[in-house]
Design a protein around this ligand. Structure first.
Ligand SMILES: Nc1ncnc2c1ncn2[C@@H]1O[C@H](COP(=O)(O)OP(=O)(O)O)[C@@H](O)[C@H]1O
Ligand SMILES: [Mg+2]
Length: 402
């Protein structure tokens, strides 16, 4: 933990600065004198508070101070103690300028100041600064935890995909083994040829799975131009055997759409999780509707892009978790789920500048869940650490999909 509680003093008139510094040092407060506004501006980052004489502010430097304060980190509320001169406020006085420029956490002390007043004001400012540092460290810790979670979910996804792939290629490989046995024991060439043709088809399926897997795992880290339809198809390839054995029918409604710029591997991860969730919810069979169409963002109609809708006729999302669906560790699958899938998915969609919504019902007559994802045609990729962007651009709604 770095608690920098160093106090900067800027007071160019006479011996003011030295007197103030001596006073603060005597009280055990770590401080140093800056010779000018510019020096102080450069040293603000990494200090605890600033004691500054009003006359240091000039029309040319006051906006630099305003700028400095406006661009501080979200956790910071830098304390400024301004020593004013007694007297009227006229249109040109520094005090007037101070009020015009928002400098945040400002305490004005009118000179002459009693030493105890100055010391206790500085101490109060440092106390508030210490709390700000605690918030800073808390935020940093939260970021680290989130990053670790994202990494662990990535590993879990890789593990699940590996299991899926092994499962999917095992079936055709088993039939190839059987077919080779039949060829080996057959005495009829025509019959053997038919077996060989079937074996070739089965191997083609193995190679299709391998190609899809390689193609999208190579595209994990940089945006490329992709067709959403291809991504959905490549995710479905992994679920073919499961879809058949669970008696789930897939209905695709893919309209003609242009490609989008996206992190293909990451979007595929979103789709794989959505389809996996839908399958988990349709244990007794059902229908999976997947639709891709051009669309506009619901909350900002001027943004155009694509809309991907995945609707299942499964059990519906249980009411207890609906409101927390996009939070980490929210899962109804005790041993088989991590509860990280939708959280990661919403992060990925946010990074693409998109939005995700859902609607779900457990009522007997209208059972099922619809997830609707909007992806903008021209995404600006957002970094993981910009929480403000999360709030502004991700609309994670538990309400209706229109
Ligand atoms: N299509 C769906 N139908 C029913 N419930 C769903 C569906 N999608 C998600 N859920 C619910 O949301 C929970 C969280 O999903 P997710 O974040 O992918 O984690 P996990 O699948 O590991 O449990 C699931 O456990 C499930 O209860
Ligand atoms: Mg899941």
């Amino acid at each position: 933990m770095d608690l920098d509680l160093h106090v900067l003093v800027v007071a160019p008139t006479g011996r003011d600065a030295t007197l103030i510094a001596d006073l603060l040092t005597k009280e055990g407060i770590d401080c140093s004198v800056c010779s000018s506004s510019k020096v102080a501006l450069d040293r603000v980052a990494g200090s605890g508070a600033l004691v500054i004489a009003e006359e240091v502010f000039t029309p040319s430097n006051i906006s630099a101070w305003g700028q400095k304060i406006a661009t501080q980190s979200s956790w910071s509320d830098y304390p400024l103690i301004v020593l004013t001169v007694a007297g009227a406020v006229d249109p040109n006085s520094q005090k007037k300028m101070l009020f015009r420029e928002p400098l945040g956490n400002v305490v004005l002390l009118e000179r002459p100041i009693r030493p105890e007043t100055l010391v206790s004001t500085v101490q109060a400012s440092l106390r508030s600064r210490r709390r700000q540092y605690l918030i800073r460290d808390h935020l940093a810790q939260r970021r680290l935890t989130e990053e670790a979670l994202l990494r662990s979910e990535k590993l879990a996804v890789v593990g699940r995909l590996a299991a899926s792939i092994a499962h999917e290629i095992n079936n055709p490989l088993e039939s190839v083994t059987n077919l080779l046995y039949l060829i080996g024991t057959s005495s009829n060439l025509d019959e053997a040829k038919i077996y060989a043709a079937t074996a070739t088809d089965e191997l083609a399926r193995v190679s299709e799975i391998a190609i899809h897997t390689l193609k999208f795992f190579r595209q994990l880290s940089k945006p490329t131009s992709v067709y959403l339809t291809e991504l959905v198809d490549s995710a479905l390839v992994l679920y073919q055997a499961r879809l058949v054995s669970a008696r789930v029918t897939v209905q695709k409604d893919f309209r003609a759409c242009p490609p989008i710029t996206a992190m293909a591997g990451e979007l595929r991860q979103v789709i794989v999780n959505m389809v996996g969730n839908a399958l988990d919810a349709m244990r007794g069979g059902g229908t999976l509707n997947i639709r891709i169409d051009r669309g506009r963002e619901y909350s900002n109609g001027s943004r155009t892009g694509l809309r991907l809708t995945i609707a299942d006729s499964g059990s519906g999302i249980s009411p207890e978790i609906k409101s927390r669906l996009f939070e980490p560790f929210v899962s109804s699958k005790a041993d088989t789920g991590t509860g990280l899938g939708l959280w990661v998915s919403s992060e990925i969609i946010r990074k693409h500048g998109g939005t995700i919504r859902f609607k779900s019902s457990s009522l007997l007559r209208a059972k099922g869940t619809v997830f609707s994802i909007f992806l903008p045609a021209e995404p600006q990729f957002h970094a993981h650490d910009s929480t403000a962007v999360t709030e502004q651009t991700t609309i994670l709604s538990k309400t209706a999909v229109h």
